[in-house]
Design a binder for this molecule. Sequence first.
Ligand code: JFZ
Length: 479
Amino acid sequence: MKNHPQITQIILFGLRNLWIGSKGQCRMKVLLLFALLLGCSASVGAQQSFVETKAQRDQRMRWWREARFGMFIHWGLYAVPAGEYNGKRSERIGEWIMEWANIPRAEYEKFAGQFNPIKFDAKEWVRIAKEAGMKYIVITSKHHDGFAIYNSKVSNYDIDDATPYRRDPIKELAAEAKKQGLKFCFYYSILDWHYPAAYVDAPGKDPSAGNRTTKLKPGGKAEYLKYMKEQLRELITTYEPGVLWFDGEWQEWWTEADGKELYRYVRSLKPDIIINNRVGRGRQGMQGMSKTDQEYAGDFGTPEQQIPANGLPGVDWESCMTMNTTWGFKFYDDKWKSPEVIIRNLIDIASKGGNYLLNVGPTAEGLIPAPSVERLAAVGKWMKVNGASIYGTTASPFPKQLEFGRATSKAGRVYLHIFDWPADGNLRVPAWGKTVTKAYLLANPKKSLQFIEGNDGMTVQLPSQAVDPIATVVVVETK
Ligand code: JFZ
């Protein structure tokens, strides 16, 4: 609301003239009018508190756009069964076990007694993320199962009250993230399988088990909204998260108006916070983008387990992905993506102007699984050399997908990510309307590469062998 102060000034000016030019009873009327206008403008301000100028929005989104790479952490009671219940396993995701194994609430609650993450080490978790080159952490404060992984004062169903651990690991994690320079953020599920007013109405299902959708008993919605807001207030005021990443919004009882209202509420508690589009009803399926970004609540789109083919110019978005096939820990899921796939995903996403939120699912003991740690170390090794081609970059300047790999841009330069090394060592780069002044390998900036510019592009002479077979980065400086 940039115009807001100006409008107020104009109104005040008008009122001053009215005041000067009036007497007695008339002055009373002016006073009344003044009070009325004041009330109006205040309520407009509150209602539209999330309306901001482009410059204000750019400022708020700045760290997030520059970061490009974050760690998603799915950690909760589902790490106890770890994908197996009464001998039953599933191809489905681990944090949905209360749904796919049809576990009644009272049974699921018992996992709390076995959740004792004595090996949790906040410093180590943050170190793993930081070493990978990640700039922020988004952790599940409460997933669909309703269990709070932080110390919630408005619930006993949380790690501090209901588990033998009797501590708040999130306090330590938030503090450690801040210490090591990473932004600390929360996931929060609107869908809640544990809330008393929620029940399942589906054939063959326990009414208190998990389900894709739940219903709320009469009067339950107002009660639940109050509870949710109290938890969100705790999360925001205690841990000062940079992002609130909502989920579970596809419930039929959750409306776009609810989403807008929740968005405003969260922003009112922390004006510079960033909120994903799953707060409202604007998300279109798993591609995750809002139908139109002006109309729907939320600051960024959330493609899940996928990368939009052509990126989404002018829209902020973040692809969240797993490293195996589950978000929450499953002890038998060994379908790990290779470091090559993960690194190239990061590059692909950056080349399309998005962020990459890469998931880990720690165990009930508090450990990030070793295969995840290994892969993150490999990403970190690549990022140490090539991070400049990812952080603070914007999408590829080329109108068509490059044949040899991907590209990102920054003021005065383009980064070329070579996936397929040219057999003859000559990298053909299509023209993009800029005059090239210099080319070199990001891994070796002191040594310039020869290049020839033609009408339809340039050819860069590369070493005969790939410097990094996963992705070698060539920097091209332009006028
Ligand atoms: C959601 C969660 O359900 C999932 O557990 C995980 O947290 C992921 C990051 O986000 O994934 C979805 C989102 C939407 C649907 C299903 C799973 N849906 O609409 O059916």
